[in-house]
Design a protein around this ligand. Structure first.
Ligand SMILES: [Zn+2]
Ligand SMILES: [Zn+2]
Length: 447
């Protein structure tokens, strides 16, 4: 089965697909309805999914965008339901918001109807998990790729964390609703999709350098979807339904690809780490960060530049060894504490538990890098998107393409790049540069 020639509904087979990579690729999402007027088919969707009394969750914005219409449709079809509407425009997905929705939950309900994208989806995934009910998501904006994923991004004790939720059983994307989403959210969806080719390239490199699991079939599915989104970027400005459909389908596809691979690799690379760090910095200042996809789109531009630079390098064992020898665990901890004080403890604890800076592991990775350098350069040459094309595609949709445009100074940008490799044990462009003893040099050259 070649996934890249499949439609979304082809991929939702509950049996899954036995693949030559050794995995059975499966997702628990069952129904996806992305079309004009899809919202009118909610009664049918409830029937298919066995939900008799949904609990609707929305905020002031998403209630206006689609929630009110959903309530009218349920009333007209005599379907009983309960609802909780956050009395704010953009609730933060944190303990308080989850607590409010949980306290309002009507235990006679047997399904969750999340009306919204982003935080409403994240809050609803937790309520669905805790109540043991299936989740149906009604997207109000094609702004991020978390629709089909079973995890959610929540703030826990002030720290941006991944929290288990449930994968929705159904996703409804009514084009009339999606095409009316705020422009910034459409741009964010495009930015999140722009990152996928680089994420796939990075996944392939980690497979080569670390033997990390990789599936070319899942990668080809994601690659095709991403290029389809990017090629219709210019249609987003005038809210062309075809362009919006591609973005929404691409975002759902990303979730499916992550579920299939059982890792975030097909969808997220160093581009996402720029965004994660900017989220944390905003949180530290007590401010709301920019939209995930907007930041990821900018991170993608830098990611392409970083890989273009890597392609020009040659492994030098002297440089690699002296960088490792100069590494100072205490100094490293101090710099993390300075830059990301609220997240520093957990970052340091994780790095220590993994023995991340072990010199023997470094030496063995460097050996692999040296032996396979031509192959590494070839993978980059094959898979790296063209910088000018991606930049003009994002710009044609009016999306920002530099950190400066979203108020991030050159100094913070450089520090962000240097810190991307430190957040988690995920091998990315900055990890490769560090292994080669070239990270500082690259940071000075690029930023
Ligand atoms: Zn596979
Ligand atoms: Zn993303």
């Amino acid at each position: 089965m070649d996934f890249s020639s499949c439609t979304i509904s082809d991929l939702l087979d509950p049996e899954g697909f036995a693949c030559s990579c050794g995995k059975v690729h499966r997702v628990s999402l069952r129904y996806v309805d992305i079309a004009q007027g899809a919202i009118n088919r909610i009664p049918e969707m409830l029937h298919k999914t066995g939900v008799t009394k949904p609990f609707l969750i929305a905020d002031l914005c998403t209630y206006e965008a689609a929630g009110r219409r959903v309530s009218e449709i349920l009333d007209a079809s005599h379907i009983p339901f309960a609802k909780y509407i956050f009395q704010v425009e953009r609730p933060e997905s944190n303990e308080c918001a989850v607590g409010l929705a949980a306290m309002a939950f009507d235990t006679s309900c047997d399904g969750i109807l999340a009306v919204g994208s982003g935080s409403i989806g994240d809050i609803s995934k937790i309520i669905a998990r805790l109540s043991g009910n299936p989740l149906i998501t009604i997207a109000t904006a094609p702004s991020m790729d978390g629709f089909a994923s079973p995890t959610c991004s929540n703030i826990v004790s002030g720290l941006k964390s991944t929290v288990p939720g449930v994968c929705p059983i159904a996703i409804i994307g009514d084009l009339d609703v999606l095409c009316s989403a705020p422009t910034r959210m459409l741009q964010a969806g495009l930015g999140d999709m722009a990152a996928k080719p680089n994420a796939l390239l990075e996944w392939r490199l980690s497979n080569l350098i670390n033997g990390e699991y990789y599936c070319g079939n899942v990668a080809s599915l994601m690659r095709k979807s991403a290029y389809q989104c990017l090629s219709s970027a210019s249609g987003l400005m005038n809210r062309d339904p075809q362009a919006v459909t591609h973005i929404m389908e691409g975002l759902v596809m990303s979730g499916i690809a992550m579920a299939f691979a059982d890792t975030t690799r097909p969808a997220s690379g160093i581009d996402h780490y720029f965004s994660h760090i900017w989220d944390m910095l905003a949180l530290q200042r007590g401010e709301l960060p920019d939209l995930h996809g907007i930041q990821v789109g900018i991170g993608t531009i830098y990611s392409i530049q970083i890989y273009e630079m890597i392609k020009q390098q040659k492994p030098d064992s002297h440089k690699a060894r002296s960088c490792m020898n100069e590494f100072d665990w205490q100094r490293w901890q101090q710099s993390i504490r300075e830059f990301l004080p609220s997240a520093a403890d957990s970052i340091i604890r994780q790095a220590a538990a993994e023995n991340r800076f072990d010199s023997q592991k470094h030496a063995s990775r460097f050996q692999t890098i040296s032996q396979h350098w031509d192959e590494i350069v070839q993978i980059i040459a094959d898979d790296l998107p063209d910088l000018h094309t991606v930049r003009s595609q994002l710009q044609s949709a009016g999306a920002p393409v530099s950190a400066q445009e979203i108020g991030i100074s050159p100094e913070i940008l450089k520090r962000t790049f240097l810190t991307t490799k430190d957040l988690r044990n995920k091998y990315m462009a900055s990890s490769l540069l560090w292994d080669m003893g070239l990270l500082e040099e690259a940071a000075n050259k690029l930023f």
